[in-house]
Design a protein around this ligand. Structure first.
Ligand SMILES: C[S@@+](CC[C@H](N)C(=O)[O-])C[C@H]1O[C@@H](n2cnc3c(N)ncnc32)[C@H](O)[C@@H]1O
Length: 300
C-alpha cells in the first residue's frame, strides 16, 4: 500500500522516504522535523513504526494550521475539500483564482489544500506581500475528494495524539532536541538546481544554519540532513564545512525531469548527511551493504 500523502508539495521526500529511513537508529524517543512541508518523512516513520512521537514544524503558518486540521479534525477538512473541489466544475480557472483570493484574505487551511492540489507542480509560491500567487494547472482538477479522504483519514490515524505542531523558525525547534531523539532536516535550498528556486514561505541564512548544526553536534543530537544534490556532474548547494564531521551519502533520486525533457539520461542524486551522533548509533556498513542498492557511500 502506498504511503498516505494528503498535502501535495513540490520537493516532498515521499519517494525517497524508504531510502532515508534506512539510516534511522533502531530506537529513539521522538522524530523532529523542523522543515516539515508535507512531512513525508514523519508520515513514513509512523507508517513503518520507526517512531511513535513527532514534532512537525514549518515556518509557513497556514500549512501548519492545515496539518492541525488534517491530524486532529479530519472529518471537517474532508468535507470542506469535497465541497470546494466540487464547486469548480464548469468554471475551473476563474474558480481557482476566487479560492486563491479567499485564501489570501483568510488564510483558511481548506483553501490552501485545494490550492496545493490544483496549482502548477504543487509548488508553493508567495509574492513579496506574502500572498499565494501560483497559477492553476489547467489540465487537472486536483486530487479527487475520495482519494484525498483516504489519505487524510490514514494520516490522522497515524499521527493523532502523537504529534506536536509548531510554526516557528527552525532554530526554536532544533533547540528542543536531545541526544535520545532524531532530527530530520530538509531546508529550502539556496540557488537553483534539484530543488532550488522553490519559493517556499521562508528561507535560511547559511551561516546561522551551519552554527545550528555545530550546536547539534555539540549536544550529541543524532540528525539527518537532506542538503544538496547533483545531476550528472553539476552540483547544487554550498559545501558544508568539513569540521562538522558529517557522513555524506548520495541517494539515487531517479532521472531528472529536466534531463528527460532534453532526452538525456542523467540521474539526479540527492545527498543526505548523517551526524556523528547518529553514526555512533547505527551500523552503517550493514545498512549500506545489505540494504541499499542505489546509494553510493563516501564517508569523509
Ligand atoms: C524542502 S521543503 C521540505 C519538504 C519536506 N521534506 C517534504 O517532504 O515535503 C522546505 C520547507 O522549509 C520551510 N521553511 C523555510 N524556511 C524555514 C525556516 N526558517 N524555518 C522553518 N521552516 C522553514 C518551507 O516552508 C518548506 O516547507
Amino acid at each position: 500500500m502506498k504511503l498516505p500523502h494528503p498535502i501535495p508539495y513540490q520537493g516532498s521526500k515521499r519517494n525517497l522516504a524508504d531510502q532515508i529511513l534506512r539510516f534511522f537508529p533502531e530506537h529513539f524517543g521522538r522524530l523532529i522535523e523542523p522543515f516539515a512541508g508535507s512531512a513525508a518523512i514523519t508520515i513514513a516513520s509512523a507508517y513503518y513504526f520507526k517512531a511513535n512521537s513527532f514534532i512537525i514544524n514549518d515556518i509557513n503558518e497556514p500549512l501548519i494550521n492545515l496539518w492541525n486540521t488534517i491530524i486532529n479534525n479530519p472529518k471537517s477538512i474532508i468535507k470542506s475539500y469535497h465541497d470546494i473541489w466540487h464547486g469548480q466544475h464548469g468554471n475551473e480557472e476563474e474558480y481557482y483564482y476566487q479560492i486563491r483570493d479567499r485564501f489570501n484574505e483568510t488564510k483558511q487551511p481548506e483553501y490552501l489544500l485545494f490550492l496545493l492540489a490544483k496549482c502548477v507542480k504543487a509548488a508553493v509560491r508567495y509574492n513579496a506581500q506574502g500572498g499565494f500567487n501560483q497559477s492553476p494547472d489547467k489540465r487537472r482538477l486536483g486530487r479527487n475528494p475520495a482519494a484525498m479522504r483516504d489519505d487524510i483519514l490514514r494520516v490522522s490515524q497515524l499521527l493523532k495524539g502523537k504529534t506536536q505542531l509548531h510554526s516557528d523558525d527552525y532554530k526554536t525547534v532544533i533547540d528542543l532536541a536531545t541526544s535520545d531523539e532524531l532530527v530530520y532536516m530538509d531546508p529550502p535550498y539556496q540557488g537553483t538546481g534539484v530543488n532550488g528556486g522553490f519559493n517556499y514561505a521562508g528561507n535560511i541564512e547559511f551561516d546561522n544554519f551551519v552554527l545550528s548544526l555545530f550546536e547539534l553536534n555539540y549536544n550529541n543530537v543524532p540528525y539527518i540532513l537532506s542538503y544538496d544534490g547533483r545531476t550528472g556532474d553539476k552540483t547544487y548547494g554550498n559545501p558544508l564545512p568539513e569540521k562538522l564531521n558529517l557522513t555524506k551519502i548520495e541517494i539515487n533520486a531517479g532521472r531528472s525531469s529536466q534531463a528527460t525533457l532534453l532526452s538525456r539520461s542523467e540521474i539526479t542524486y540527492e545527498a543526505v548527511y548523517l551526524s556523528p551522533a547518529l553514526i555512533s548509533k547505527i551500523d552503517l556498513q550493514k545498512v549500506s551493504h545489505n540494504k541499499i542498492h542505489q546509494t553510493e557511500l563516501f564517508a569523509k
